[in-house]
Design a protein around this ligand. Sequence first.
Ligand code: HEC
Ligand code: HEC
Ligand code: HEC
Length: 218
Amino acid sequence: MNTKWSKAPFAVLIMLSFVITFATANEGLAQQGDKAAPAAAVAKPKQATKGVMFNRLMKRTKSNLPPDQDGIHDPENEGTYMLQPPKEAFQGMPRAITGNRVDWVKMMTDGLISPRADRLDPNAEQEIFEFDVIREVRGSMPDVMFPHDKHTAWLACENCHDDIFIPQVGANQLSMALILTGQKCGVCHGKVAFPVTECRKCHSVKKDTMTKKGAVNK
Ligand code: HEC
Ligand code: HEC
Ligand code: HEC
């Protein structure tokens, strides 16, 4: 009993010294962090031009750079130089004015490509859903038409339902603010599908021409 208590002050001292060294170490780190912050802030915009990133400021970006310059492939890896450069691969494909300059929807509707429904099974069939959703837009911009068929030709339902969109017309809050911060339609548009600068592709319905409020069935 006695021995236990006599050791206690030492234990407390040791613990205290831990707390003190910890606190000062943390302070040092915080200071370092503060000093490092401007450097990190400068480095960020550089990264934003690399790879598949959301282009929130809708800046014009160089597209279809050869693989060793695209910021996605490793220029140190000799395999990178065996890849066909996009400009060569995309020759003769229907043109688009943004993104990678190819109109991928036209590629599909013209039958130039037929994406596989399953990576491993070449016979798996894609479930195409023919249902357009029209969303009334506040202000003077034309209304938005979301075509299920063009999406489900590439994408299984689970890509959107229920994580990005509740499958119920009008149940989701949508706005440009959300899209421009990479949410809702912006999860894909501006990253892997045509960019947000192509207003008319989404805002394609003249106001007050809806056959039925909220949605039209094809
Ligand atoms: C690219 C995203 C996306 C994909 C893929 C997708 N949907 Fe949807 N779906 C939507 C959006 C957006 C809405 C409209 C939501 C709103 O208006 O708030 C919607 C609405 C619906 C609705 C509601 C219809 C109604 O009358 O209320 C159903 C049902 C639905 N989807 C089924 C499907 C099925 C089945 C598939 C796959 C074959 C599918 N969706 C694939 C985005 C998608
Ligand atoms: C899961 C990814 C994904 C989401 C989320 C998504 N899209 Fe798409 N969308 C695509 C892809 C992929 C294509 C076809 C490739 C392309 O056109 O770039 C496409 C094509 C389209 C097209 C067809 C354009 C044409 O040329 O006919 C329209 C319109 C469109 N999207 C609108 C929307 C709207 C509006 C929303 C939100 C309600 C939305 N999309 C959400 C991936 C997505
Ligand atoms: C990928 C599809 C898509 C593209 C591209 C797009 N929009 Fe939108 N826009 C939407 C959707 C979806 C809404 C929300 C509609 C609703 O309220 O249901 C919207 C809403 C709006 C609104 C109403 C205010 C708000 O935020 O709800 C304005 C204004 C607007 N868009 C302007 C533009 C302009 C200008 C461009 C081109 C620079 C553009 N949009 C490109 C899908 C798109």
